[in-house]
Design a protein around this ligand. Structure first.
Ligand SMILES: Cc1cc2nc3c(=O)[nH]c(=O)nc-3n(C[C@H](O)[C@H](O)[C@H](O)COP(=O)(O)OP(=O)(O)OC[C@H]3O[C@@H](n4cnc5c(N)ncnc54)[C@H](O)[C@@H]3O)c2cc1C
Ligand SMILES: *[C@@H]1O[C@H](CO)[C@@H](O)[C@H](O)[C@H]1NC(C)=O
Length: 515
């Protein structure tokens, strides 16, 4: 009996002490959880606010959140954008996407492979490809796609991370205290004015940026107008080439942006555009542009028009990059730097900027340390040069060459450019590596521009030099200097000509390792 009693008491003691132990443990756990919750609430402030979830804002949100930052992205319109820009990712851009871990955003959107250019001038045609034999550590192919589908994939990818909060809202202004940006005021999805605060704000609100003007006095210059539409249910004979037609007054383009859709567009230089709404534009395309499109492409070019496709007009802008003196804020993307879109590389420069910036910000403990952030920005400004200066100069210079002219020297340069790209061998592959962002070396670009000039002069002087031909050649040389010098000035002579910068860029940002 006594034995049973002892056993029962022991059992009771064990149960009791276990219960007490367990209860105190869960109580402790609960208080710990409450502490964590309190801490999170206290720390509810994100590390960074990003204005705009376009190409740049979304990719940056992903990169910073991967490094453990809490990111609050505010985007005006979460619906799939429908627009005529950012439809081609160059091979260099794809490499950068993969280094950011975002390469899958080009999958599942019916993107088309791009292998180079099909160039047309005065009934002649030449097919070029991105070179295979460089030390470029990635597939030498780009992609064509619907921009909106790509942007949606980037947004999904960013918001798949738990430390990214992607909210619909329109940012109205930056909140500033003693010259330091502390956050933003915005209208949220229920239409109410509200505020958000963070140690760092990144403005990535695109080419029509409203916020840029609070930060610097950098002005965007409208250089031309891109007019385009989509021809549906058709396929180009070479769907993997960007078809570039050297026409008058400027270029026309066709490229396959999905398995069934072809983007058709062309450029006009004056702002006195035929009206789209009263049908003048459609007749203008039919009468003035279509006849310059090679016969084998013309049916595709006209199909969209005949089926009443929506004609879009987009401004081409140019704006050199300048750093903002304001603290607590960074400007990126089209709000920061733009070049003529003819070489389809804006997204590539932006991805390069994001890769550089996210690596520089990674070691910082506190993004609110404005001195450290401004040091980072100074380094960023130098490190980005090889890619940005190459693309900006190539884009702006190539565009100027493409414009038709009555001036014989200019025409010789235009013809020389076509012939140079058609000539094959290292000339073509060298230029195609430039176009593909596979060789971001400003010095190499200057070399090609120089050779194109000599090449054009050679043709201008043949079959034998006459005084008039010599005169035109001298003018052509002057023209090519005129093409280059403003860019050298805008981008910084020493930074553009320093091969060390370019080699360092290549080593750090264009190797095969994924970060
Ligand atoms: C005609 C044309 C063709 C182009 N083609 C190519 C190409 O083929 N390949 C290429 O690489 N590049 C191309 N570019 C360039 C490329 O499109 C841009 O460089 C790129 O889209 C810039 O990205 P971003 O993030 O700065 O801006 P965007 O992608 O425009 O994103 C800005 C975002 O901010 C949002 N936003 C704006 N204001 C606010 C606000 N106040 N509050 C909240 N959100 C806001 C917008 O809704 C938008 O989602 C082209 C450009 C042009 C003009
Ligand atoms: C919008 O902001 C107001 C004021 O801060 C807030 O009460 C409301 O919940 C917000 N709406 C949404 C959808 O976040």
């Amino acid at each position: 009996m006594a034995f049973v009693e002892v056993c029962l008491w022991t059992l009771l003691a064990v149960v009791l002490s276990w219960t007490i132990f367990h209860v105190t443990k869960t109580m402790k756990k609960a208080t710990k959880l409450a502490d964590v919750a309190a801490e999170e609430k206290r720390d509810g402030v994100p590390d960074v606010i990003i204005v705009g979830a376009g190409v740049g804002g979304s990719a940056l949100a992903y990169a910073l959140a991967k490094d453990g930052r809490r990111v609050h992205v505010i985007e005006r319109d979460m619906r799939e954008p429908v627009r005529m820009m950012g439809e081609c990712m160059q091979p260099g851009g794809r490499l950068l996407l993969s280094k950011l871990g975002l390469q899958d955003c080009l999958e599942g959107i019916d993107a088309q492979k791009s292998t180079g250019l099909a160039l047309f001038k005065d009934g002649k045609e030449t097919l070029t490809s991105f070179p295979m034999d460089t030390n470029f550590p990635y597939e030498p192919y780009g992609r064509f796609f619907h921009n909106g589908r790509f942007v949606q994939r980037l947004r999904q990818k960013a918001s798949s991370l738990p430390n990214v909060r992607l909210e619909e809202g329109t940012v109205r202004s930056l909140i500033e205290e003693k010259g330091v940006v502390k956050g933003v005021t915005y209208k949220n999805s229920s239409g109410e004015e509200t505020t958000a605060f963070a140690p760092l704000t990144v403005v990535c609100d695109g080419c029509h940026s409203n916020l840029r003007r609070f930060l610097n006095n950098n002005n965007a210059e409208v250089t031309a107008y891109e007019i385009g539409y989509i021809s549906k249910n058709c396929r180009l004979e070479n769907p993997d080439k960007l078809h570039l037609i050297m026409a008058k007054p400027s270029f026309a383009m066709l490229y396959q942006i999905s398995s069934t859709d072809v983007r058709c567009n062309f450029e006009l230089l004056s702002n006195n555009l035929p009206s789209v709404s009263n049908g003048e534009m459609a007749s203008f395309v039919k009468n003035s542009i279509a006849p310059q499109v090679p016969l084998k492409l013309r049916k595709t070019f006209l199909k969209g028009l005949d089926e009443g496709a929506n004609i879009k007009i987009t401004q081409a802008k140019r704006m050199p990059a300048t750093l903002s003196g304001k603290k607590g804020v960074i400007v990126l993307g089209d709000a920061f730097n733009m070049r003529h879109p003819v070489i389809a590389s804006g997204m590539m420069v932006l991805l390069s900027d994001i890769l550089i910036l996210s690596r520089l910000l990674k070691p910082l403990g506190n993004l609110g340390d404005s001195n450290q952030v401004s040091e980072v920005m100074k380094s960023f400004y130098v490190l980005r040069k090889p890619m940005s200066a190459t693309v900006n100069t190539l884009g702006n210079a190539f565009w100027q060459v493409l414009i038709a002219s009555k001036d014989e020297a200019k025409e010789a340069m235009r013809q020389g450019c076509f012939d140079y790209l058609s000539s094959g061998g290292v000339r073509t592959s060298g230029m195609m590596a430039m176009f593909g962002g596979m060789n971001p070396m400003p010095l190499c670009l200057i070399y090609h521009l120089f050779v194109i000039t000599l090449f054009s002069i050679g043709q201008l002087l043949s079959p034998f030099p006459t005084p008039l031909r010599i005169w035109h050649s001298l003018r052509l040389f002057g023209l090519s200097l005129k093409l280059l010098v403003p860019h050298l000035k805008a981008e910084g002579v020493s930074q553009m000509l320093s091969p060390a910068n370019a080699v360092a860029y290549r080593k750090s940002y264009m190797d095969a390792t994924v970060v």
